[in-house]
Design a protein around this ligand. Structure first.
Ligand code: BGC
Length: 243
């Protein structure tokens, strides 16, 4: 079965058609820059643009960078505040005529890793941490998703959120070397371990591809591996959610 998977991020909206039996992309990936300010109507227009690009008429799964409860957006750290309270599945249906399943982006990335990747068959607690504009977290216990575990938006010292201190956007904004930033990220992982005691940490998101540049800084007591999906996990997991 093929499903269109879309991953809405702070800087880009990415989509591809996914074979949900194998987890493979059966189309090229398509990327549209996230509209400035990421207002609901602007993002919805780009979602329609994505659907048109693939001339898609079937089901759509969409990873979204916020807490999602029954299709409704419940938080907004890297998107416009006016998203809060919006029923995203209905909004996207109005713009496309298609049925959407919306899922937190890190939960989606984790689903892909647990179904087809490094987390497959893993018992106990596994957490997916996505490193991008924000810091996403997706927790699984005995392979089952516990949705909306939000660890990147916990306050940390002078920073409003941990992600303002240790996301990839913080590395860029503060012009940190990978060594400096890696120490911060390790600090965040120590916090993650303290809160959820995972048996395995899987890294996703754009910066996980650069793990060789910061792995020496990771001294946390739990094994940390990069998701072999690299940046496609969000798309694949979103499609899986719409099954
Ligand atoms: C959001 C999370 C999201 C993460 C990664 C955070 O700012 O609050 O829900 O998973 O960014 O996009």
């Amino acid at each position: 079965m093929e499903i269109l998977g879309i991953d809405v991020g702070g800087t880009g909206i990415k989509g591809a058609i996914v074979n949900i039996e194998t987890g493979e992309l059966v189309s090229e990936k398509h990327r549209i820059p996230t509209p400035k300010g990421a207002m609901p109507s602007d993002v919805a227009e780009e979602i329609a643009e994505m659907v048109n690009h693939f001339n898609w008429k079937g089901k759509v799964g969409c990873g979204f960078p916020s807490i999602i409860s029954h299709g409704k957006v419940m938080s907004a750290s890297n998107i416009h505040k006016s998203w809060i309270g919006i029923q995203a599945d209905d909004l996207f249906k109005q713009h496309t005529g298609l049925d959407f399943k919306i899922v937190n982006d890190a939960d989606a990335a984790g689903l892909a890793a647990m179904t087809f990747g490094s987390g497959k068959g893993h018992k106990g607690s596994v957490i997916m941490i996505t490193i991008g504009t924000g810091l996403g977290s997706g927790l699984f216990h005995d392979g089952k998703l516990i949705p909306n575990i939000e660890l990147g938006t916990i306050p940390y010292k002078k920073y409003k959120y941990y992600e303002h201190y240790a996301a990839d956007s913080a590395r860029k904004r503060e012009d940190l070397s990978y060594k400096e930033w890696g120490k911060r990220f390790n600090n965040f992982l120590e916090f993650v371990v303290q809160v959820v005691s995972p048996d395995l940490i899987i890294l996703g998101g754009g910066a996980s591809k650069k793990i060789d540049k910061f792995k020496d800084q990771l001294t946390v007591s739990v094994p940390v591996i990069a998701s072999q999906f690299e940046n496609e996990a969000g798309i694949v997991g979103a499609a899986l959610k719409a099954k």
